[in-house]
Design a protein. Structure first.
Length: 42
């Protein structure tokens, strides 16, 4: 999961983990910290 800063997506992953949903990952620092390529679909 990701959001702009990583806070909301981190909270969402914590909830998913509490619900025993496996493989929930958070992008640390959010999309603002992403340094990889970005594809824009229009």
């Amino acid at each position: 999961m990701y959001c702009k800063s990583g806070n909301r997506s981190g909270q969402a992953c914590a909830i998913m983990n509490q619900l025993d949903i496996e493989n929930a990952y958070n992008l640390i620092g959010g999309f603002s910290e992403w340094q990889g390529e970005v594809a824009h679909n229009q």
